[in-house]
Design a protein around this ligand. Structure first.
Ligand code: FNR
Length: 366
């Protein structure tokens, strides 16, 4: 029995193996309406056919202002949930667990797509005014007429948007909800002292900066059924040790606080708060030590996902077998190879342990 192809039980949900498809924005909504298209269905569906135990959607905006680009996926109305329902049903039919990453891009919103150089989209060109904790604009902290500091009403409305988005996600058939609190987007902007200069209850010390992420996680847990897990993706460090910034020690503390708020797994990523917030080394397993520290140092028994530079079956197996993380979260390798998990089963001699699609049985030998 391999570790990678052993199931993971979280609450009453069984993830059939430890390979998770990392959330990856596709910027592919056709009419800037946030509605899922055939592209999303095929993209997520084929990774489920490819054997991943859990297929996470891309960052899915809880309100229109929370989109990185006007072409991002959204879940702010019932029509959005309806458009995703056939995909969740298909993912489940493949034996995989459909999951959704709920997101708000904060001050990083209203940009063109990466292949259009991520330029600001002005409100009169189809963009919008963006929200942030303290009014400093991405990327260089300068003043900007379109970046606004959030007031108490904005904060309450964001928490409500996450709660409503979670309810709709359930209607759409998702079994796991992941709160996106990483990569310099809204919740991370509140967590990090680099971007949070507030003097009210949502800024200042650790508890103040962590308050919004805790409230959002609790709101999602409030509407998410007891038997289904909630994940939170964090940037475990800003990689800015030369200044007051978000650190792994704070992440460990946050993980325990999020466990109290109802989270079951921390998906451990890093960086993104400012342009120079990235690791010096980004090769194989480049964030694994961060996941390990969260796993080892938390007082709660919250589960952990490791992401970053995981590209081979042996690597993924080693991470889980050595108890370094509970899930191996695979991003870009899944773009190169939608069948990563089936190939891994073949390579690790675990074809008896997977139930791949009967249609492909002759090719893979399970
Ligand atoms: C990403 N990443 C990402 N992360 C996230 O939390 N939400 C998202 O929507 C996206 N979108 C996205 C799009 C694309 C095209 C890429 C390549 C990446 C980050 C991704 O989930 C992952 O954390 C990193 O790519 C590192 O893992 P890999 O690719 O080294 O396995």
């Amino acid at each position: 029995m391999t570790a990678l192809f052993s199931p993971l039980e979280l609450r009453e949900t069984t993830i059939p193996n430890r390979v998770m498809v990392s959330p990856m924005c596709q910027y592919s909504c056709e009419d800037r309406d946030g509605l899922a298209t055939d592209w999303h269905h095929t993209h997520l569906g084929s990774r489920a056919v490819g054997g991943a135990g859990l297929v996470m959607s891309e960052a899915t905006a809880v309100e229109p202002r929370g989109r990185i680009t006007p072409e991002d996926l959204g879940i702010w109305s019932d029509d959005h949930a309806d458009a995703l329902a056939k995909t969740t049903a298909f993912v489940r039919e493949q034996g995989s667990v459909p999951a959704i990453q709920l997101a708000h891009a904060g001050r990083k919103a209203s940009k063109t797509r990466p292949w259009e150089d991520s330029e600001p989209v002005a409100p009169d060109e189809g963009g919008w005014d963006v929200l942030s904790p303290s009014g400093n604009a991405w990327p260089y902290e300068d003043e900007s007429p379109t970046t606004r500091a959030m007031d108490q009403n904005d904060i309450e409305s964001v928490v409500d948007s996450f709660r409503a988005a979670a309810e709709r996600s359930l209607d759409a058939g998702f079994e796991v909800a992941e709160v996106h609190a990483a990569h310099g987007y809204l919740l991370h902007e509140f967590l990090s002292p680099v971007t949070n200069h507030r003097e009210d209850d949502y800024g200042g010390d650790f508890e103040g900066r962590a308050r919004l992420t805790r409230e959002v996680t609790a709101a999602v847990r409030d509407v998410w059924p007891d038997e289904k897990p909630v994940f939170v993706r964090i940037s475990a460090t800003d990689w800015l040790d030369d200044r007051d910034s978000w650190t792994v020690d704070q992440s460990v503390r946050l993980a325990d606080r999020l466990h109290e708020a109802g989270a079951d797994l921390i998906d451990v990523s890093s960086g993104g708060i400012v342009p120079d917030s990235f690791p010096e080394y980004a090769g194989p397993n480049y964030q694994l030590r961060l996941a390990e520290r969260v796993r080892e140092e938390t007082e709660s028994d919250i589960a952990v996902g490791a992401v970053g530079g995981i590209t081979t079956p042996e690597q993924a197996e080693g991470i889980v077998a050595n108890g370094r993380a509970d899930l191996a979260v695979v991003g870009r390798e899944h773009l190169r190879d939608p069948y990563f998990a089936l190939h891994a089963a073949e390579k690790l001699g675990a074809t008896e342990e997977v139930e791949g699609p009967v249609q492909y049985r002759r090719a893979f030998g399970f």
